[in-house]
Each structure stands twice: as C-alpha cells, then as structure tokens.
Design a protein around this ligand. Sequence first.
Ligand SMILES: *Cc1c(COP(=O)(O)O)cnc(C)c1O
Length: 238
Amino acid sequence: MTTIADKLQQVQHQVAAACARAGRDPASVALLAVSKTFGPEAVCEAARAGQRAFGENYIQEAVEKMAAVQALGAPALQWHCIGPVQSNKTRLVAEHFDWMHTVDRLKIAERLSAQRPAHRAPLQVCIQVNVDGGLNKSGVAPEDALALAGAVAALPQLCLRGVMSIPEPAPDYAGQLALHQRARAVFEQIRASGLRGLERFDTLSLGMTADLDAAIAAGSTMVRVGTGIFGGRTRPAA
Ligand SMILES: *Cc1c(COP(=O)(O)O)cnc(C)c1O
C-alpha cells in the first residue's frame, strides 16, 4: 500500500522536476496539502512526514479538524482557507486560520480584518481571480483585481500576500498553461503597481494535482495538492 508519506514524497519529486524544467529553484514553490474530507489521522500522518501547511475548504469541518489534530499531539500547523466563504462564516476564518486564499469582494475582506483577533498575526490573504469566467463564478474579474488589491492592502489586520486562481480544467498542458499565465499576469500587474502595503506580496497560489506542472511553468509559488497526497476523495466536494 502506498502511504501518505510515500505520496507526499512523490508530489515533492514532481514539484522539483517541474521546477527543474522551468529553470526554477524548487524552494520557490511551497506545497499546500489539501486535506478537505480527510480526517485528523491523515493530517497527522502528513505532519509526521514533515508537512506543515494544510488547506481546507469547509470552514466548520476545518475548525473541528484543527482541534482534533491538536488533541492528537501534532506539531503546530499552518492552516489555509481555500474555499468560498459566505459573510456569516468570516469570523470562524478570522479566528482560526493563518491564510485565506479566496478574497474576491471588499466586504469579505473588511469583515475578516475587523474580526481578526488582536493577539494573532494579521491574516495572510490572497485575492482570488476568475481567469476564465468559468462556471465556478468565484473570483474577481482580472480587470477589477488591482482596485480590490488596493483596498485590501489598506486593511489593518490583513496582510496581502498574492493572487490565487482555480481555472476550469483545460484539456491539455498548453490550455492549462494559458489560463495559469492569465493569473500570473494579474499577479505581476499588482506587484508592479506601486500600491502601498505590498511589502510581502510574493505568492501566486496556482495549481492542483492535475495541473501543477503547468502552474509551476507559469510561475506558481504555492501549489495546492489534495488527491496527489491523500488519494481520491470519496465524499463529494460539498
Ligand atoms: C480541492 C481543492 C484543491 C486540491 O485539488 P486536487 O485536485 O485534489 O489536488 C486545490 N485547490 C482548491 C481551491 C480546492 O478546492
């Protein structure tokens, strides 16, 4: 049987190989282990293999898992919210997560900033960009991303770290690359804008199990991998 530790290592090799092909330093791409629908034992197994950053989509599930993982004696982990968040869930995100990747409206960002507990470091956030106008309607339109970034960067309890995107699945590598390059272009536009509050703007959250090679070629600095590490999800992505 292939263990989570084995699969984690395979994904790390895949990331390193993609970096080599792209002429990039493998240390420039962080691996986020997407543990949605998997239990606390799976998270602990990945943690024992050295993984520290985990991504979750469903807020309630995630908050319960964080407590269970801690009770199992795991080391301190970094939790990233990568799912869509309604206004009534922002408080849980602000109180429990380290990162939030899916900010696509100022209202959500304002709530997160206001609800971030003062004793915690600012919430690290990415602006989610909808690069293909796809069925998945989350994400700000590319032409509106800079204005949103400017407003988010000014909020006191948030630290704007970058851009995130979830393109619709493309049929081949060239198609994946083209979509990922649109997200990269938005990232570069914001980075070059001279906006205040971009001191730590360094993250392009791009690529999942099926398209991580193309994402790394397009400049991703954080790939979000679920299936490749934990196996197929038996529960539907709610
Ligand atoms: C589920 C999910 C992932 C991981 O997808 P896999 O195909 O299992 O690697 C990455 N990013 C987001 C936003 C997701 O919802």
